[in-house]
Design a protein around this ligand. Structure first.
Ligand SMILES: [Zn+2]
Ligand SMILES: [Zn+2]
Length: 272
């Protein structure tokens, strides 16, 4: 495979990336002399760094895990990539061994230094490279951003109190933002209105009144599909129920068979 055959957003194995670029993938920045490229890898599973994304730009942390990072070797190559003929390419890893190709990048501003914790939790200076994708946008999949959160969250749960406190208080105030590619089902407003009217302010699972009223006086209930739309459930009155926020979260979290049976029955019994 040639570099120009790589497709944006597609997954590649370690071996595919290595053989395409002719370089090792031992760190976050890997120089290939054969293809004159610099392969940048943002590894969300392993990395101690936090790169900040701003849509199609990413402020990428340089190389060096402990102590102050220096403007040498790969960091220097990247900082001079506008003039040294080396092309940087960027991959992201959400699952070990799976590399998602994000495309070619270039520096759009001068690298700058900032303070960040090293892998032992000590403050040190890192180099930050403001990179922009050569093609416009680089949307991330919704599932990828969820996976990213879960990966980090599971790691966070294993930290000691001291480590957790340290991490929680030493991240940027805002983690950045990313364009998310989503496909959304259009909801049928008549089915929503019908379900709410049928429930008449009472949750169809716990049978308790809505916990509060909205500003316009309507009871706050949410319309839920017993068989989820993503699982080919229909957006039809026979599949829609009105739930209080607690029961709604519980259905999405547990989706117990016994509760589903109650909802199916409640749905069958009632009309407006
Ligand atoms: Zn309820
Ligand atoms: Zn729902």
């Amino acid at each position: 495979m040639q570099i120009e055959d790589l497709q944006l957003g597609k997954e590649y194995s370690n071996e595919e990336v290595r053989s395409t670029f002719c370089c090792s993938l031992q760190s976050g920045m890997n120089k290939s002399n054969t293809t004159n490229t610099l392969v940048l890898i943002i590894n969300h599973v392993k990395s101690i760094y936090h790169d900040t994304w701003f849509d199609n730009k990413v402020h990428h942390i340089g190389k060096g895990q402990t102590g102050d990072q220096t403007m040498t070797r790969e960091n220097k190559i990247l900082s001079e990539s506008e003039s040294n003929g080396v092309t940087p390419h960027l991959f992201e890893v959400f699952r070990t061994g799976v590399y998602i190709y994000r495309g070619q990048v270039h520096l759009y501003e001068k690298p700058y230094q900032k303070e960040q914790l090293d892998k032992n939790g000590n403050p040190r200076k890192v180099w930050v490279f403001p990179l922009e994708f050569d093609d416009n946008s680089r949307p991330i999949e919704n599932s990828e951003i969820e996976e990213l959160f879960q990966t980090k969250f599971k790691k966070a749960q294993k930290l000691s109190n001291k480590e957790l406190e340290n991490k929680a208080n030493n991240m940027p105030d805002i983690l950045g933002f990313r364009e998310v590619a989503t496909v959304r089902n259009q909801r049928n407003p008549y089915v929503v209105a019908y379900s709410l009217r049928r429930a008449n302010g009472v949750c169809e699972l716990c049978e308790q009144p809505a916990p509060f009223n909205k500003n316009n006086g309507e009871p706050f209930l949410e319309v839920h599909h017993v068989k989820h739309l993503e699982d080919d459930g229909g957006d039809i009155t026979e599949n829609a129920v009105a739930l209080c926020p607690n029961c709604h979260r519980m259905m999405h979290s547990l989706n117990r068979k016994s509760d589903i049976d109650i909802l199916i029955l409640a749905n069958k019994k009632k009309q407006i």
